[in-house]
Design a protein around this ligand. Sequence first.
Ligand code: PSU
Ligand code: MN
Length: 299
Amino acid sequence: MIKIEYSLEVQQAIKNNEPVVALESTIITHGMPWPENLKTAKSVETIVREYGATPATIAVINGIVNVGLEDEALTELSAKKDVRKLSRADLAHCLMKKETGATTVAATMIIADLAGIKIFATGGIGGVHKFAEKTFDISADLQELAKTGISVVCAGPKAILDIPKTLEVLETLGVPVITFGQTNLPAFWSSDSPFISPLSLDNPSLIAKSHELRKELGLSGGQLIANPISKKDQIPFETIEPIIMEAVKSANEQNIIAKEVTPYVLSQINQLTKGKSLLANIALIKNNAKLASKIALCF
Ligand code: PSU
Ligand code: MN
């Protein structure tokens, strides 16, 4: 078995069989600028504690898998440049080289599963990118959802993705997409979208129950929970859509490819919205941490 370094509070929680919520680290190192990234990471952890669960931020530090970061390690990671962005393909390589890497949704799911954690809160997942018919850019997050049995709470597929194609792939892979409390799929910065969610539920305990039923059925893979950002914090779909198109166009013109695409497009959108998209991003992550904690308490 791989060596895992647990934070004190996560170690206690696991020992006492108490609810734990996994949190990813790529959002900290590649998804948000400093110092908002550190401030957000800390307040997300505080929210999870307020709602009665224990936060487990996951990252690889100097080749060691960490489940739960002590304050000092979180602060250091937030300010660090050149941190690797780890998905399924790069995890073992990072351990071997004893490097430091932030975990994407896919890698966080893999590690959460090793640690016996069932639920994970993030901002947005990776998916099928716009123009994927040309670029073949489809995030490894989708395959991971088909393989690893974690329920992932996000704010819906980011509208920098091709949302209908992302839904098609998730359906093909047998991943349930469950929107919380409404019938339309939310689209990250926007609480509503023109797309109907394949499934919806309005009670955290039912989300936990369906997670368990999938296990009992012997189905591999997790669930994707889409939690709409609140109306007061959102940027409406019609407002953000043209800005996204501009950012995606710029990524194409600059020949940005592979792992760089998502961080580049996010930072372009932040500039084009004069910081408004970052504020919405922060609000939606906190909102997801609340729902994930409520679900964690139902297991
Ligand atoms: N969505 C965000 N911010 C992020 C990410 C997604 O709003 O930082 C990160 C997540 O870690 C996700 C990853 O797993 O981007 C997907 O990257 P890619 O599209 O390269 O697979
Ligand atoms: Mn990609």
